[in-house]
Design a protein around this ligand. Structure first.
Ligand SMILES: Nc1ncnc2c1ncn2[C@@H]1O[C@H](COP(=O)(O)OP(=O)(O)O)[C@@H](O)[C@H]1O
Ligand SMILES: O=C(O)[C@@H](O)C(=O)COP(=O)(O)O
Length: 427
């Protein structure tokens, strides 16, 4: 029976946290939405699941929708037996001044009858650290990083308490690195200060050792919040044996679907273009004849599979920053929706045609693909990179159930060679 329940505000964020939990010895399932929790009635006392992470698409949803979906997920996790909870948001604290991180944290505390929790976006393995409340992305302050120009959640301030204050009715406090470095007892005492009794407490952390101290000091908290980094301090009962087995075999048809526009993914697409058969999505063609445009793309992939199973074809939306459509032509479907719909349709057609290994790049894109494939849950397996892992997944394509291996890659994660190297981890 699972005891740890997590709620993630996007799909790649859910597999990011699940990857970390598996590495720490939790057999982990990602549930697609609240309805995916225990969808098969499989979490009985003998079930081989230690942790469940619910994947939501709530990061940029209206506040009331995000709170509603998050509470539904929390209730489903409680009903499935979970007793401790982890609210996972982005390591770059992606949110607008209206939310949704503060409102969801507040709602969870109220629902659980708890008074305070910690706020820990730090994830040193991917270069995210928090010092004196300022969030860094590698060597840059958040506000000077590429996140400054994110289309949906432009991050123009690096001070986590100041980002959080407009999102919550609770006091926001900061506990600095000196206290964390003084150890778990000192941090526990600081968190027990009556002045912080009802607060959302941002805690500095610049290393995994700091995160382990925070995890130890909060082991009795019913709720913690943060990016995936904090899970480095949460040990599960199955160290070394928590990974789900792969569903596919080497040589099974494979494909990369990239809808992400982020800088890291553009470097991965450039590497993929040098080493893999590739096709860029033609937005004009898709707008003119969506079905025909998708058929062109899938025919390209299938023709390639007939010749060569070594190198998975790459279908991608953005090769360079100039590819991003700035203005939607009058009366046309916006590019973002069109790309998500097209890659999701390609995924369905390609699974029906035999694809058993799919690597998807981009959070929104991953949400669209997983939803179109009708997946209810993902059993997390071999890691690929910090925050990215393979997951065995039952999907439906044209009415037929198939089991595939799926990797959902956050736009910002992974090395330049991830599209060519990820497959070795599945073997
Ligand atoms: N050429 C394009 N013009 C405009 N938007 C695009 C284009 N290509 C992709 N997109 C959209 O950009 C968004 C990228 O977001 P996402 O998939 O979450 O990736 P990331 O993880 O990098 O943020 C998606 O909604 C995708 O459909
Ligand atoms: O915490 C993180 O950085 C990631 O897990 C994450 O949430 C990334 O979001 P996308 O870049 O939108 O995939």
């Amino acid at each position: 029976m699972p005891t740890l329940g997590a709620i993630a505000d996007d799909f790649t964020g859910a597999t990011d946290l699940a990857t970390m939990l598996v590495a720490r010895g939790h057999r982990t399932v990602v549930a697609v939405g609240p309805d995916g929790v225990d969808a098969e009635g499989a979490y009985g006392p003998d079930a081989d699941t230690d942790a469940v992470v619910v994947a939501l698409k709530s990061r940029t949803a209206p506040v009331a929708d995000a709170v509603g979906a998050s509470l539904a997920a929390l209730r489903a996790l409680r009903a499935a037996g979970c007793r401790r909870f982890y609210f996972k948001y982005c390591s770059t604290f992606d949110s607008t001044p209206k939310g949704n991180i503060g409102p969801v944290a507040d709602a969870f505390l109220d629902e659980l009858g708890e008074r305070r929790t910690v706020v820990v976006p730090s994830f040193p393995a991917t270069g995210r650290t928090v010092y004196r409340g300022r969030l860094f992305v590698h060597d840059e302050l958040l506000e000077e990083s590429p996140m400054r120009d994110h289309p949906l959640t432009p991050m123009r301030d690096s001070r986590v308490p100041r980002l959080l204050e407009p999102q919550t009715s609770r006091p926001v406090a900061l506990v600095g690195l000196d206290t964390v470095r003084a150890g778990a007892d000192a941090l526990r005492a600081a968190l027990d200060d009556p002045a912080l009794a009802d607060a959302l407490v941002v805690v500095d952390a610049v290393s995994d050792a700091d995160l382990r101290v925070i995890a130890a000091a909060t082991e009795n908290f019913a709720l913690v919040t943060g990016a995936a980094g904090l899970a480095v301090g949460l040990s599960g009962p199955h160290a070394g044996s928590a990974r789900a087995a792969a569903a596919s075999r080497p040589g099974d048809p494979a494909v990369v679907l990239s809808g992400s526009a982020s800088a890291a993914t553009r470097a991965q697409v450039a590497h993929g273009r040098a080493h893999l058969p590739h096709r860029k999505l033609d937005l004009a063609r898709l707008r003119e004849d969506f079905t025909g445009g998708v058929a062109d793309l899938t025919a390209f992939v299938r023709a390639y599979w007939r010749e060569d199973r070594e190198r998975p074809p790459l279908l991608y939306a953005v090769g360079s920053a100039e590819d991003l459509e700035q203005e939607t032509p009058a009366g046309a479907e916006p590019a973002a929706e069109l790309v998500e719909r097209a890659l999701a349709a390609c995924a369905v057609e390609l699974v029906a045609a035999g694809a058993r290994r799919l690597l998807v790049a981009g959070g929104e894109t991953s949400g669209a693909v997983v939803t179109a494939l009708g997946a209810r849950s993902l059993a997390v397996g071999a890691p690929i990179a910090p925050g990215v892992a393979w997951a065995r997944t039952e999907v439906t394509a044209h009415g037929r159930r198939e089991t595939v291996d799926l990797a959902l890659k956050s736009g910002n994660f992974g090395t330049a060679a991830i599209f060519t190297e990820a497959w070795e981890r599945l073997a």
